[in-house]
Ligand binder design. Sequence first.
Ligand code: COA
Length: 152
Amino acid sequence: MVWLRRATATDQAAIVALIRAARLNPFNLNWRRFIVADDGGRVVGAGQVKPHGDGARELASIAVAPDRQRQGIGGAIVATIIALEPPPLYLYCAEYNESYYLRFGFRTLAPAEMPRSLRRIHLFANLLFGAHNAVTGQHRRLVVMGRGLPGA
Ligand SMILES: CC(C)(COP(=O)(O)OP(=O)(O)OC[C@H]1O[C@@H](n2cnc3c(N)ncnc32)[C@H](O)[C@@H]1OP(=O)(O)O)[C@@H](O)C(=O)NCCC(=O)NCCS
């Protein structure tokens, strides 16, 4: 049976392995901020909230082991973090993941609506993607999404 719990220090290596396998940002993976999905002692999913210097909090590092995807684990992690965290909550993701987060009430933000910290990441990442797209012919883009924004 899979259950969600707060991570402990002994989960650190499993968290890092999950995030690396999912090819997500491998920095700032402190177990203290993570919720993990535990299946009989095996960490099969993870997610965290990262605080930024300007006070923005970012839902990040959502990953589920490839052999356990599409079983509701990722959704349970996102829903649990939303329930635990006061709004607003932000995230950034590749454009192809945008529709995954719409179902949890996140919406894509215009730059003017983004907190300063995430606006900077958005600008920088999309400059890099622009160069990458020019070379490869791909159309990759990073989007910033938010939920429970003041006045929304
Ligand atoms: C994205 C991810 C966390 C979803 O976890 P999961 O446990 O498979 O998700 P759930 O079982 O809760 O939900 C599955 C549903 O999400 C949909 N889904 C999965 N990935 C999706 C994506 N990238 N975009 C849109 N929908 C997606 C599935 O089609 C499925 O839809 P359905 O219920 O209508 O059939 C998982 O696929 C993963 O770890 N991916 C690699 C890492 C990653 O991209 N993380 C997101 C970083 S922003």
